[in-house]
Design a protein around this ligand. Structure first.
Ligand code: NAP
Ligand code: MG
Length: 488
């Protein structure tokens, strides 16, 4: 059993397989964007043998866990939620150090949401009947009962940004449905996953219901998704990886969901509350733009463009780039030097292509920050408009009327989120319905009832998670028809 200690918090660095911690001889390093010179932990680097053992354990775990009634499952999920709340400080601290998001938002928002994800799914399954009925009705002298059958072992693969919140969002419905899980977190931020795994043991899941496999995506991740004993794959990450996973899923005829990148428009009409629109636009920089839902394409009505830009500059200049553990910091650092290089590459190519860099545009010397950057593209076809940067880089474009705003909003291959600012309820309805994306926020951002569906269109993904949508993905529906005895 190997462990690492990060600021007095002891963290398992191995895999949790069948209820026991096991280590691999090979390891990979995780570092902190707060101090790149220090290795935080050497984490077990799983391989094909690890994946094989984990899937076998998940098969046993599935037999045990799927036999729990929904209310028995709900009880364990609620225990886990309580344990997450009790360890909020440790989880938030470790995750901030491991991946760099601001401690305040980890503490107040993201880790707390992790607990809420499990509570929400406990509530949802308890609302169904005692044996997982989804629906029941009488027809043709029979009773029809639709039952959700747990599907089997589910692989859950997550990206490095906001890892705890994202993982719990995906793990909660899989477990609530009665599936066992094989969880592979991202190699750049693997530590909070180990804390979660530890809490699942304390919460009392049967051995093998929750398995954590650490390692590299192209190694152990690929081995997990290729295993034909796996019955569901739930993935969040980039379109490139989704293509690999989709091929493996197709090979085994396994349903998979893919929550992918975004290039959300943030549309500001002249009739909007300008202070609110500017505030929300400047917020897109907060996690250094490492947020799939970010509205990174600013589309502003011509008549207010100058006023908006001046106000945005003032709001942007007020940001504090700094240590994510300091609550005065408003912009998190970038997760990894490779990712800083990737952001820089986008900006250098934009510059070379003739896009106008209005603000920022460079790495910040001596830190893992990239300057808060605003670019006026030479054309809507520019790479900087069309491709996800996943950094603190916003583009600025104007439109003449509503039709042009909608056309620009819909002009990329992505379709995850959109933000719209308008003072008109009629326009809110009209534009909200015309923009193609999985989630549209009008005069607000990031607020969402967890029962609502979540996912993207086009390059932003396949399938929907959230509420009963994720529960149905993780189940096989069965229709049980029983004659009522009045006919033969
Ligand atoms: P990524 O490179 O696609 O990696 C995501 C996960 O897949 C990681 O755990 C990775 O492991 C693993 N992986 C890589 N290759 C694999 C393979 N061949 N088989 C199985 N697993 C494999 O994405 P990322 O750079 O971590 O994350 C950023 C992306 O995620 C952005 O595009 C962002 O927009 C998107 N995202 C989407 C949402 C959403 O809900 N729609 C939310 C957050 C982020 P390694 O870490 O070892 O590479
Ligand atoms: Mg790290």
């Amino acid at each position: 059993m190997s462990t690492a200690v990060v600021r007095n918090v002891t963290i398992q660095t191995g895999h949790l397989i069948g209820g026991a911690w096991v280590s691999s001889p090979e390891t990979f390093e995780t570092r902190s964007p707060m101090d790149w010179s220090t290795v935080l932990a050497e984490v077990s680097r799983g391989d094909a043998t690890t994946a094989d053992a984990a899937v076998a354990a998940a098969q046993d775990g599935f037999v045990a866990w799927s036999a729990y009634t929904p209310s028995e499952r709900a009880e364990v999920l609620r225990r886990l939620a309580d344990l997450i709340d009790a360890r909020n400080d440790d989880i938030a601290l470790v995750e901030t150090i491991d991946m760099g998001f601001r401690h305040e938002s980890m503490r107040e928002r993201l880790v707390a949401r992790g607990a809420l994800n499990f509570r929400t799914y406990a509530d949802i399954i308890e609302r169904s009947g005692p044996a997982g009925e989804a629906e029941q009705w009488d027809a043709k002298n029979t009773s029809h009962t639709v039952i959700r059958m747990p599907a089997g072992p589910a692989v859950v693969i997550t990206p490095w940004n906001a890892p705890f919140m994202l993982a719990t969002w995906k793990l909660a419905p899989a477990l609530a449905a009665g599936n066992s899980v094989l969880f592979k977190p991202a190699e750049w931020s693997p530590l909070s996953a180990a804390l979660l795994a530890e809490l699942t043991v304390e919460a009392g899941f049967p051995p093998g219901a929750f398995n954590l496999v650490q390692g590299i995506g192209s190694e152990v991740g690929a081995a997990l998704v290729a295993d034909d004993r796996v019955r569901r794959i739930s993935f969040t990450g980039s379109p490139e990886t989704a293509r690999h996973i989709g091929k493996a899923a197709a090979e085994n005829l396994v349903p998979f969901t893919a929550e992918l990148g975004g290039k959300g428009p943030l549309v500001v009409f002249a009739d909007s509350d300008l202070d609110l629109a500017v505030k929300r636009a400047a917020e897109q920089y907060e996690d250094s733009g490492q947020v799939c839902l970010a509205g990174t394409r600013l589309l502003v009505e011509e008549s207010i463009a100058d006023e908006f830009r001046a106000a945005l500059e003032a709001a942007t200049a007020a940001h504090v780039l700094g240590d994510p553990l300091d609550d005065a910091t408003s912009v998190a650092p970038v997760v990894h030097p490779d990712h800083l290089d990737s952001i820089d590459g986008f900006v250098r190519r934009a510059e070379a292509a003739g896009d106008n860099i209005i603000r920022g545009g460079n790495k910040v010397d001596g830190s893992m920050h990239f300057e808060l950057t605003l670019i006026e593209p030479a054309s809507n076809d520019s790479e900087i408009v069309q491709r996800e940067v996943f950094g603190p880089v916003l583009t600025f474009q104007t439109f003449a009327d509503e039709a042009e705003a909608v056309a620009l909003a819909n002009s990329t291959s992505y379709g995850l989120s959109a933000l719209i600012f308008t003072g008109s309820q009629e326009r809110a309805e009209r534009v909200g319905r015309a923009v193609r994306a999985g989630i549209i926020w009008v005069n607000t951002f990031l607020v969402r009832d967890l029962e609502a569906p979540f996912g993207g269109t086009g390059l932003s993904g396949i399938g929907r998670e959230g509420g009963r949508y994720a529960l149905e993905f993780h189940s096989d529906l069965k229709t049980l028809i029983i004659a009522d005895g009045s006919t033969e």
